[in-house]
Design a protein around this ligand. Structure first.
Ligand code: BT5
Length: 284
């Protein structure tokens, strides 16, 4: 059984604890997402309310999208999963098509949390659909999973952030960490708290607006923080085909809008249909 004592939670994570309805810190876990999915779908689901959180700095079998792995050395990164029970403040369920936004909103929250600990000239940006970048390197990946619970559908929103990895610890050359980007605050509690503050506030706006990302201004906020917009991109699909063009915006549905390179046509591509979105750098 994981340790979860009041003492443990309050002594170790005093900044984060007030921003979760329940916070379970696990010294080690395979996947925080899988663990929270298991709890939410089980008999004790009611004990994991909206904004319950599982976090660790030692995730041993982290999941990426499409069966890919998320890897990080113990003690140098943070894996966070947040339970979202998608109902409006008046208790009405959100329309299912709005739920796809939660990953982008988590990216926005993490981009803000990371930017706050970077030197003044540094900033973290969202890469559509599920990464947070500093420069062109990935500091965080987001994975959302829908789970059926006895109380209705819920979404587990997972985020992995590279906190204090040194260059030789990076799992892939395209990765970076907050420490490598000059952050002087490597406190897991401070970063977790900053993320939870931003994410809970953003999700609160989203649910109060009944998922209306346009009226609430959330779509604009994501677009402003989105490094992908304005870039030349190649969007790779599961069947092996790809679309090349310029990313010009994010549609109401959360799809990316691409002006095709070889015609005047515009297409919208949904996150679920994308294997990779690669930025085509100038001259590449
Ligand atoms: C993601 O997938 O980026 C989603 C990662 C989500 C991780 C969180 S941690 C908490 C929660 N619990 C979980 O089990 N998962 C979530 P994707 O877009 O498929 O990217 C995966 C790719 O990113 C890999 O194939 C590597 O190329 C790269 N990668 C793996 N580990 C990385 C790291 N630590 N930093 C940067 N890039 C990484």
């Amino acid at each position: 059984m994981p340790r979860e004592t009041r003492h443990n939670v309050h002594m170790d994570l005093p900044l984060s604890t007030p921003h979760a309805s329940r916070l379970l810190w696990m010294p080690e876990v395979g996947s925080t997402n899988s663990q929270l999915v298991q709890y939410l779908s089980g008999d004790e689901s009611h004990a994991w309310p909206h904004l319950s959180v599982i976090a660790t700095d030692n995730q041993t079998r982290g999941k990426g999208r499409l069966g890919r792995d998320w890897t990080a050395p113990a003690g140098a990164s943070l894996a966070i999963s947040v339970a979202i029970r998608p109902v409006t403040p008046s208790g009405r369920p959100l329309k299912p098509e709005a739920l796809g936004w939660l990953g982008l909103l988590a990216g926005l929250a993490m981009a803000r949390a990371c930017t706050a600990v970077l030197p003044a000239e540094g900033s973290a940006k969202v890469k559509w659909p599920n990464d947070v970048l500093i420069g062109q390197r990935k500091v965080c990946g987001v994975l959302s999973e829908l789970v059926m619970t006895p109380q209705g559908p819920a979404v587990v929103v997972g985020a992995g952030v590279n906190v204090s990895l040194a260059e030789h610890q990076l799992p892939v050359p395209t990765a970076t960490s907050l420490a490598l980007e000059g952050s002087d605050d490597h406190s897991v509690d401070a970063i977790l708290a900053a993320y939870l503050v931003h994410f809970s506030r953003i999700v609160g706006v989203f649910l109060a607006a009944e998922g209306d990302v346009v009226g609430s201004g959330l779509r604009d906020a994501v677009q402003e923080s989105c490094d992908t917009i304005g870039r030349s991109v190649r969007v790779e699909m599961p069947a092996g085909d790809s679309v090349v063009g310029t990313a010009v915006g994010i549609a109401d549905s959360g799809a990316i809008v691409i002006n095709l390179a070889d015609s005047a046509e515009t297409v919208e591509v949904a996150a679920g249909d994308v294997t990779h979105l690669r930025v085509i750098m100038d001259g590449a």
